[in-house]
Design a protein around this ligand. Structure first.
Ligand code: SF4
Length: 442
């Protein structure tokens, strides 16, 4: 016996999206599909006929937030007829628990089943079977965006011991090359200025076309860059160091449209910890890779992800990570400490580090690395650069804010010929804190 009523008609939707850029891209693409069948966005979740929560499982805290939201929907649904859908990684990981413990949820769709939402919105009452494989959507563009993500692969075969992604996103699936190129051309026609090719392990892209030709990531990147038209920058995220081939470095070097800023998640600089993490590279091969990339183009800058406090990490092993970070010399980094993640092997490893020690190590690495970011940005802050104008500064209306090719945040003086979403030419004059400052040339 249902306590909750279903709406007579489904006219307004509401999305709540948690987690990574892939989730954001998928939600935006699904929104387009819902608009395509005549739905409009509700002003609040309370007014929606169908609410979709796109979930994340990477951290426990992300799941806890979703549990809180699901709890809220119990009240909303008892006051207003509505369909509640929970999709994404948490739906994949905890499907049975969600169905059992949260009767306010009408549908739980894992990562392969997101398109079923359109069936539900159409009022289809047919039995909804699970899909065996991941399907890419035709288009991920959100009207008006000048910077957008283009998913090209999904899933991961690597099983890093701290990561839940392979369990919730499944094995690697690569998108049809032709569909990617068509989307790039479409984005160009829409005036998009910057695209980021997206995948959990983006540079392991591997697609076999109808003629039997195998296309790897370097070839895909080259083709995307050559079809980018007026798109200024082609970026990609996140590559795995073990799959970073010489061929890829050549494409980055030769293709002007490929932004000369690389996100290279190193995670640790210590060989024993890297092995425990199952990262399948060591500190020596990382250094060789960094050297090769720098030798290809000395203008290339880096960002990274780095984790401290992995189970068993000694002070010396932690220091190796500091040393590797000093070698990499990033302009920015996502630095975090390891947190147990239910369902991953590292959670059961010996030598769990206390919260105090993890926090101390994290604070120390952040402090040290911020000094390096400032040095690297000072080196960058010379000459004339293209900047994507993102907004007017809140503190000073005479200043625009934007981002450059190296993903650097830029504040620069106002110029009447420049509008938000333009690519401006800006002379860099120095840095102020974490921001490059400059003046618009045109
Ligand atoms: S490569 Fe990335 S997505 Fe895959 S298991 Fe490792 S950290 Fe997770």
């Amino acid at each position: 016996m249902a306590r909750y009523k279903k709406p007579k008609q489904i006219e307004r939707y509401w999305f709540e999206t948690y987690g990574c850029q892939m989730n954001i891209a998928e939600s935006e693409a699904l929104e387009m599909q819902l608009r395509g069948i005549g739905l409009t966005e509700a002003e609040t979740c309370e007014e929606a006929d169908i609410a979709i929560i796109n979930t994340c499982s990477v951290r426990k805290s992300a799941e806890n937030r979703v549990w809180g939201r699901i709890g809220n929907y119990s009240r909303i649904k008892s006051e207003h007829p509505m369909i509640l859908v929970v999709m994404g990684c948490m739906a994949e990981r905890l499907k049975d628990t969600l169905i059992k413990d949260a009767p306010q949820i009408d549908y739980v769709f894992g990562t392969n089943d997101k398109l079923k939402i359109v069936d539900v919105a159409l009022g289809s009452h047919k039995k909804i079977e699970s899909e065996e494989t991941y399907n890419f959507l035709k288009n991920y563009y959100k009207e008006g965006d000048v910077s957008t993500f283009v998913p090209i692969m999904n899933g991961c075969n690597n099983f890093c011991t701290y990561c839940i992604v392979p369990y919730v996103r499944g094995r690697e699936v690569s998108r049809n090359l032709q569909e990617v190129i068509e989307e790039i051309k479409f984005l160009d026609s829409k005036g998009v200025k910057e695209i980021t090719l997206l995948g959990q392990n983006v540079n392991s892209y591997k697609y076999t076309d109808e003629a039997g030709n195998e296309i790897r990531f370097p070839q895909l990147l080259e083709k995307v860059a050559q079809n980018a038209g007026n798109i200024e920058w082609v970026r990609f995220e996140s590559p795995h160091p073990k799959d970073f081939s010489d061929e890829l470095i050549e494409v980055i070097k030769n293709e002007k449209k490929v932004a000369k800023h690389i996100h290279l998640p190193i995670q640790s600089g210590n060989d024993r910890i890297l092995k425990l993490m199952n990262r399948r590279y060591d500190s020596a091969s990382l250094k060789v890779l960094i050297d090769k990339i720098r030798a290809a183009d000395s203008n290339i800058t880096f960002s990274t992800d780095v984790m401290v406090g992995f189970p068993g990490e000694s002070e010396d092993e932690y220091e190796d990570t500091q040393i590797m970070m000093n070698y990499l010399r990033c302009t920015e980094a996502f630095m975090y400490y390891w947190n147990p993640r239910e369902g991953t092997p590292a959670t059961k490893m010996d030598g769990q580090i206390s919260h105090e020690v993890k926090l101390r190590r994290l604070q120390a690495i952040i402090e040290r690395q911020h000094e390096i970011f400032a040095v690297e940005k000072t080196i960058l802050a010379k000459g004339v650069h293209k900047v994507l104008v993102t907004k007017v500064s809140r503190d000073d209306k005479e200043q625009y804010l934007g981002r450059g090719e190296h993903n650097e945040r830029v504040a620069f003086s106002h110029n009447d010929n420049i509008s938000i979403d333009d690519i401006a030419e800006v002379e860099y004059l120095g840095i102020n804190g974490n921001t490059v400052v400059g003046r618009a040339i045109k």
